[in-house]
Design a protein around this ligand. Sequence first.
Ligand SMILES: [Zn+2]
Length: 118
Amino acid sequence: MAKCAGCDRNFIFDENCVETGDGDLCPECAAQYRAEAEEEICYQRQDNITEQQFWGYKNGDVYAVEINYAGAVTGVCGPIHRSEQRIGSLPDFDYSTEDADWVNENVVDFQLIEGKMI
Ligand SMILES: [Zn+2]
């Protein structure tokens, strides 16, 4: 038997339990602990860039864009010259947060060409 660090009850440790820095958690406390940890991760990712992509504008120009976890554009660079339209170049562009508003407002005028998770 183990004693739960969350609710002080005795329990049998199994795959539903969690070991934390503060002690072991029973299945019920472990479930709550996992839910809170997941919420925390989602929250932290809100502004984090998760993807860089090339987007084609309606006039034929190509822009490099950074997308955050929520799917919003947070940075834009472009138009990008054809010779630099390589997936490997995506991390090297100088992304502007000011132009991101313009892209978010005109997102229907763009289409995804290709991208990668970062
Ligand atoms: Zn507990």
